[in-house]
Design a protein around this ligand. Structure first.
Ligand code: NI
Length: 140
């Protein structure tokens, strides 16, 4: 069967539980409370991390990528460092970052980009709650 050179997106979802507070150490407690409301208090989320990659289908395997391999990279580069941690204090590579979903998505993107073949990473989406998410993507 001839395989068309179509690009196909595939993805993987992993989950982690972590605590955080939204707090800028450069601001007063009053200013932080005005900016972040009750999110200034330490609390936890059941996060989902969704990653999509894009490529042509390998005619030998029928895969774009082996999603087990993508899962392994997500776990090694991100999940194992953040699961059951305080994101404000426990993760060296999040040091100095206000751990919003937006900032997490951006930093997770950089960590995954360094591990994947060029051009493969398409989107990194962080679900903080079942209603709120942030996504970083390569629109190219
Ligand atoms: Ni929160």
């Amino acid at each position: 069967m001839a395989v068309t050179p179509m690009m196909v997106q595939v993805g993987r979802r992993e989950s982690f539980n972590a605590a955080h507070r939204l707090h800028d150490p450069g601001l007063s407690e009053d200013e932080n409370r005005r900016l972040f409301g009750k999110c200034v208090n330490l609390h936890g989320h059941n996060y989902l991390l969704e990653v999509t990659v894009v490529g042509g289908i390998d005619p030998t395997s029928g895969y774009v990528v082996d999603l087990k391999r993508l899962s392994d990279i997500m776990c090694r580069c991100i999940i194992q460092d953040v699961d059951h941690r305080n994101l404000n204090t426990d993760v060296p590579w999040l040091g100095g970052v206000i751990p919003t979903a937006e900032n997490l998505a951006l930093i997770f993107w950089d960590r995954l980009l360094a591990e994947l073949p060029a051009g493969q990473l398409r989107t990194v989406r962080v679900w903080e709650t079942d209603k709120n998410w942030a996504e970083v993507g390569d629109q190219a």
